[in-house]
Design a protein around this ligand. Sequence first.
Ligand code: NDP
Length: 329
Amino acid sequence: MYKAEDSRYDGRMEYLRCGRSGIMMPRVALGLWHNFGSVDDFENQKKMIFKAFDLGITHFDLANNYGPAAGSAEENFGRIMQSDLKSYRDELLVSTKAGYDMWPGPYGDHGSRKYLMASIDQSLARMHLEYVDIFYHHRPDPDTPLEETMDALSDIIKQGKALYAGISNYNSLQTKAAAALLARNGTPLLINQFRYNMFDRWSEKDGLQDTLTAVGAGAITFSPLAQGLLSEKYLNGIPENSRAARNHFLKKDAITPDVIAKVKKLDGIARARGQTLSEMALSWNLRGNKVTTVLIGAHNPEQIEENVKIVQHLAFTQEELSAIDAIVR
Ligand code: NDP
C-alpha cells in the first residue's frame, strides 16, 4: 500500500492561484494522454503517479479518450485512486474532458449537451469518483451553438459532477464568448488548456494569455516539450521506446535537420543556464507567471523528477529570451 512522502509539500513545488478563482494549482501537473493506457505497463503507471504526488504534483489531467484503448487511462487512474489514493482524494485535483471522438454514432463526439452529459457520467464511473475537479470541453465545435455546450458545462457543475469549468483549444474570441455564456449561468470559467511551447506560439499571436487575464481565467499549457522534441533525446537519432519511434502522434519526419539544428542551439542556451533543454523548455513556459501550470507528459518517474526541478529555476534574462526568439522564429 502506497504512503505519500511526508515531504511532498516541503517547497519543491510551488502553487499559484488559477485566474481569479480560489484554487491553487501546482506549477507542474501530470497528464495521462500517453503511457497510461491498457497497452502500457500498469506498475510503471503507479510509480509515475506516486512519484508525481510525492513531489507535490497535486493535479492529474485526463480525458475520456486517453488510452489506448480510449477510456483505459481513466480506468487505470481509477484503479490507482481506489487502491492507493483514496485517502488523498481531497489533496488531488483531477480533470477530464469530452470533445473528441469517443463512442460510435452521432452522440459520442463534438459539443452537444447529449454528449457532454453522458461522457461525464462515463468518466466518473471509470475513475470511481463522485466528482472531477475540472471538466473541460476538449475542443471548439463550430456546428453546435456555444450556448448549448456552455450550458451543459454549467449544469454539470450545478449537479456536483465537476467543481470547475474548463475549455481547451479555444482561441481568444471563443474564450471571451465561452466565459460570457458561463457567467450568464453564474459559472466562472476557471481555465483554458492549450498547446504552448517554444516552437508553437499561436497563443501569443492570438493574444490568448491577455484574454485569459481579462476574463479572470488561468492558463494550463500542454505539449510544452513539443512531445519530447524540446529535449536532448533526438539529437543523435530516434531512440527506441521514444514517442517519435512510435511514429503516431509525433512523426519521425517532423525531426528534420533544420529542427535538430535549432534544438542544438537551444541546448547550448540551456547548458549556459545550468539546465537541461527539457528543463529550460518547461521553465520558459512558466516565465512571467502568465501560465498558471505547465502540463507535462512522462514515460517514467525519472522524467517527472527532472521536470519538477524547474520550479526552482523560472527566471530568464532578457538576453536569454531574445536568443531563444532568434533561434525559433
Ligand atoms: P510533452 O510535450 O511534455 O511531451 C511529453 C513526452 O516528452 C514524454 O512522454 C516523454 O516522451 C518526453 N519527456 C518528458 N520529460 C522528458 C525529459 N525530462 N527528458 C526527455 N524527454 C522527456 O507533453 P504531452 O504532449 O505529453 O502533453 C502533456 C499532457 O497535456 C497530456 O498528457 C495531456 O494531459 C495534455 N494534452 C492535452 C491536449 C488537449 O487537446 N487538451 C492535447 C495534448 C496533450 P518519450 O516517451 O519520448 O520519452
